[in-house]
Design a protein around this ligand. Structure first.
Ligand code: GSH
Length: 217
């Protein structure tokens, strides 16, 4: 069977693309990758065939198109990981689904004020009160997951899960914008930063030449 193809945006900027990409890489699922540079004159034409409202990521598996990051992560877990994308334990699994869904639907101020930008290290950027509140919430979620369910490993639920894939771009933002970290959340961000697949993604992002002005704060 041919491998699935993951359609992604610029590695430097596209945080939603990173999520399914990192899950596939972490679990060494073979896949093809098609990168479409976002916000260029040809982007819309390149993305039109994928029925995703001209957004990335999309997973193409045979004739099947799956769009929207969380739906893709669920599909990868079911189809390629024998459901290892979620924790086995029902309480851990329900919590992992809750924190993942919250990431997918929330934190607009963090996403808006701190766009992912692998090429840059920012200092002295002050979050708004709303963004600060969201950052506190994210750190509290990480602490709760690690304390309740994480004793078996370095990830939110011990072993790597979809929840880690969902929060990987947030870890990159906290590090890239030099936001204060301590204790459990600092250790967690360090685990993300030393993950070989993240190192590979960041290197590829840094090698890209396109500039998306609105993400260059
Ligand atoms: N909720 C979607 C968000 C997808 C999304 O907004 N992707 C951005 C790139 S990170 C995009 O395609 N932007 C292009 C555009 O909005 O035209 C998901 O989870 O996949």
């Amino acid at each position: 069977m041919p491998h699935p193809t993951l359609i992604i945006g610029n590695k430097n900027y596209s945080s939603w693309s990173l999520r399914p990409w990192i899950l596939l890489k972490h679990f060494q699922v073979p896949f093809e990758e098609k990168r479409v540079a976002l916000f260029t004159e040809t982007t819309d034409a390149e993305l039109k065939p994928y029925n995703s409202d001209l957004k990335v990521p999309v997973l193409q598996d045979g004739n099947l198109l799956i769009w929207d990051s969380l739906a893709i992560l669920e599909y990868i877990s079911e189809q390629y990981l024998d459901n290892r994308g979620w924790p086995d334990d029902p309480a851990a699994r329900a919590t992992a689904r809750s924190v993942s869904a919250e990431m997918h639907s929330s934190f607009p101020n963090v996403r808006g004020e701190f766009p992912m930008n692998c090429r840059k290290q920012f200092d002295n950027i002050q979050p708004s009160r709303e963004a600060e509140r969201e950052i506190r919430r994210i750190k509290a979620l990480w602490r709760e997951c690690r304390e309740q369910f994480g004793s078996g490993g370095e990830w939110l639920f011990g072993d790597y899960t979809i929840a880690d894939a969902m929060y990987a771009p947030i870890a990159l933002r906290l590090a890239g914008y030099s936001l204060p970290l301590e204790g459990i959340e600092r250790d967690y961000v360090e685990s993300v930063l030393k993950q070989p697949a993240i190192i590979e993604w960041i290197a590829a992002g840094k090698a890209e030449v396109e500039i998306i002005e609105e993400d260059e704060i």
